[in-house]
Design a protein around this ligand. Structure first.
Ligand code: G1P
Length: 291
């Protein structure tokens, strides 16, 4: 079984659901307490043993590339002011040289197309995909849980989580066929089904382990829901020829691509934060009492 070494992070989206904040800042760079949302997802990938991250970027996403590089003027200033702890933190967050790639999705043709743009960098090995809109709060991280499942089962694995039945049209949804503990086998997966047509309320959470054969299906994939090339549609085809599992992971997902999901993530991460956690919890309690 080949190790999962590389992860694709699609970061080309416009972030229209959180405009105007995202007019000049990539949505992935919006802070959740003291770091960009994207940092949590990169940390989740690294914790799971990922060695190389492929960012699929687009226009106006230069801040992401700069964030994962050295900032010489800033570092020199911190050094002069003896801010050693901050300097150490910046150093610790710097990816190892050569461990990131940036490929460009020139036009927004959908998630499937974004993943396909990474094909040359991924090559012929299984890989992970993490959607940075979704922060998953869990210990161990969601991708680490998926890799543990992959080491038992092999094949392809997606993370799933129950959603309210009236919200299935926001997600990819699976039709479970059988269940072994927290791992499902599926008979189908459908992108953004109407609640009346959804085969279950188990939604795809934005974490995937895929075999490289997916690229062949993505290459031929016609546009689907929203007139976009959907990863879910290509996975539904791959599922017919390659083992495919869904993991009901342990943890809470936050959709930072939506205003309320982002707000919930900020609250949840603030309440658990080493420096401001106690104050954040007290504040949230007071605010809810005054309501
Ligand atoms: C994407 C996927 C969908 C998945 C969702 C998770 O949709 O296409 O299957 O359930 O992410 O957030 P998007 O949110 O990009 O429309």
């Amino acid at each position: 079984m080949k190790k999962i070494r590389k992860a694709v992070l699609p970061v080309a989206g416009f972030g229209t659901r959180v405009l105007p904040a995202t007019k000049s800042i990539p949505k992935e760079m919006l802070p959740v307490v003291d770091r960009p949302a994207l940092q949590y997802v990169v940390d989740e990938a690294l914790e799971a043993g990922i060695e190389h991250i492929v960012f699929v970027t687009g226009r106006n996403k230069g801040a992401i590339e700069d964030y994962f590089d050295r900032a010489y003027e800033l570092e020199a200033t911190l050094h002069l002011k003896n801010k050693t702890a901050l300097l150490k933190e910046l150093e610790a967050k710097l990816p190892a040289p050569g461990s990131t790639s940036f490929v460009r999705q020139q036009s927004p043709q959908g998630l499937g197309h974004a993943v396909w743009c990474a094909r040359d960098v991924i090559g012929d090995e299984p890989f992970a995909v993490l959607l940075p809109d979704v922060l998953v709060k869990s210990t161990p991280g969601c991708l680490a849980q998926m890799i543990a499942a992959y080491e038992k089962k092999g094949g392809n694995i997606i993370a799933v989580d129950p959603v309210p039945k009236d919200q299935t049209d926001k997600y990819g949804v699976i039709a479970p066929k059988s269940q072994d503990g927290n791992i499902y086998e599926m008979s189908a997966m459908i992108e953004k089904p109407k609640p009346s047509e959804a085969p279950s309320n188990l939604a795809i959470t934005g974490r995937y382990i895929l075999q490289p054969e997916i690229f062949k299906f993505l290459e031929e994939q016609e546009p689907g829901a929203g007139n976009e090339i959907q990863l879910t549609d290509a996975m539904a085809k791959l599922m017919k020829t390659s083992p495919f599992f869904a993991l009901a992971f342990d943890g809470t997902p936050y959709d930072c691509g939506s205003k309320f999901g982002y707000f919930k993530a900020v609250c949840a991460y603030a309440m658990d934060h080493g420096e401001i956690g106690n104050e954040a919890r007290a504040l949230i309690k007071t605010l809810s009492q005054n309501d």
